[in-house]
Write a protein that binds this ligand. Structure first.
Ligand SMILES: Cc1cc2nc3c(=O)[nH]c(=O)nc-3n(C[C@H](O)[C@H](O)[C@H](O)COP(=O)(O)OP(=O)(O)OC[C@H]3O[C@@H](n4cnc5c(N)ncnc54)[C@H](O)[C@@H]3O)c2cc1C
Length: 345
């Protein structure tokens, strides 16, 4: 496994969006919407130049948190039945890591972590440590530590999460240097400017993709992609039983080679709204499927489908529900999408 070279990726995304002719701005926050019955009439944004409204025929909500859809009144669910959310993680970059020595050592976190817990290295006895992967040479990209109890839709909670994430790096540095091999000279280069969030709102759409669909490798007439990734619910606490539950799901709710499930177009269409689509980790799914589809390839699939559907809806002067999904599928297939069941619809 290799980590992402973030600086290269930023330039690639800048170029892709610029070349596509999109008019875009950074440092701009959606803060409200104006609605007209079940239509979003304007998205209200705040930026350096002030507060302004953006009018569009179709809106695609890729905020991860489903901010636009929620502001417009679409129903949503958040977390488990008690409101517990998967924790966030503040991603990090480390220099001077000897990955060869780490590989050769054969040590595992599951052996080393209990020793560090016993020695009082950590505030939380978090058994779930995804780890660190080479980004380039001796630079490691860390998916290290969890910010338990962070709600990504609340700025106070997010702030606490970021502060804790930065502080916790010291504990992990002590752990990596003292209990593993290859990390003795490691040095923290940077932590992310944003907290990595796995879960907030799931916008309820015309269909809610569920665990049974996952288990049945479901096929849908209106599927806009097929996808494969295990159920990956990071525990919302650091208890032993939380970790055991995560491990059981991660090991058993997964597919064999070539197996996958369909993602219906209806999961991108929020209830109550006729000119909004959602894509990414906030699509309409139960918590199990969200934990699978939230991962990047799933977000690419729903993002591409939502963009394609929005363009078609504008071209055909129709809304998100009156659109013929067969047209969306045909265009996606033309772009190379894997839709083996599309011609059956
Ligand atoms: C620590 C961590 C490690 C992961 N590792 C992997 C991995 O190895 N492989 C993998 O495939 N996936 C991984 N994932 C999952 C994946 O990265 C995310 O789930 C995915 O990025 C979600 O994409 P998204 O576009 O739906 O949401 P996000 O990535 O959350 O993007 C939403 C964007 O919208 C912006 N935004 C939010 N609200 C507003 C608003 N009101 N106005 C304006 N902008 C707004 C946010 O700032 C953000 O830029 C990881 C996730 C985390 C947290």
């Amino acid at each position: 496994m290799v980590g992402i070279k973030a600086e290269v990726l930023k330039r690639v995304y800048d170029e892709l969006v610029s070349e596509a002719g999109a008019d875009f701005t950074f440092c701009t926050q959606l803060i409200a919407v104006e609605t007209d019955d079940n239509l979003v009439a304007a998205a209200v944004c705040a930026a350096k130049s002030g507060i302004y409204a953006v009018k569009a025929k179709i809106y695609i909500d890729c905020t991860g948190d489903g901010d636009l859809a929620a502001l417009a009144g679409a129903p949503f669910e958040k977390g488990d039945e008690h409101g517990n959310l998967m924790p966030g993680t503040l991603c990090s970059l480390w220099a001077n890591v000897d990955f060869e020595a780490w590989k050769k050592s054969g040590l595992s976190h599951q052996d080393a972590l209990p020793k560090a817990f016993k020695d009082g290295v950590f505030t939380h006895h978090d058994r779930h440590l995804p780890g660190m992967w080479p980004v380039s040479g001796n630079i490691g990209g860390g998916n290290i530590g969890h910010t338990f109890g962070t709600d990504g839709t609340d700025e106070r909670s997010l702030t606490r999460g970021l502060v804790w994430g930065r502080k916790s790096m010291l504990e992990y540095e002590r752990y990596y240097k003292g209990y593993l091999k290859g990390f003795e000279k490691m040095e923290l280069v940077a932590t992310g400017s944003l907290l990595g969030l796995r879960e907030t709102r799931r916008i309820m759409g015309d269909y809610v993709l569920c665990l049974d669909d996952f288990k049945n490798r479901a096929v849908f007439d209106d599927e806009i992609g097929r996808y494969s990734y295990p159920v990956d619910i990071h525990p919302s606490g650091s208890g032993e039983s939380d970790f055991a539950k995560f491990k059981d799901e991660w090991e058993n709710l997964r597919f064999g080679k070539g197996e996958n499930y369909g993602i219906p177009y209806r999961c991108l269409v929020p209830r109550e709204l006729t000119n909004v689509l959602v894509a990414g980790r906030c699509i309409s799914a139960d918590r199990y499927v969200q934990s699978s589809v939230r991962v990047m390839p799933g977000c690419y699939i729903t993002g591409q489908a939502a963009g394609t559907a929005a363009a078609l809806a504008v071209e055909k002067a129709t809304d998100t529900r009156s659109l013929d999904v067969a047209d969306v599928q045909a265009r996606l297939v033309k772009m190379g999408a894997f839709l083996p069941n599309a011609n059956k619809s």
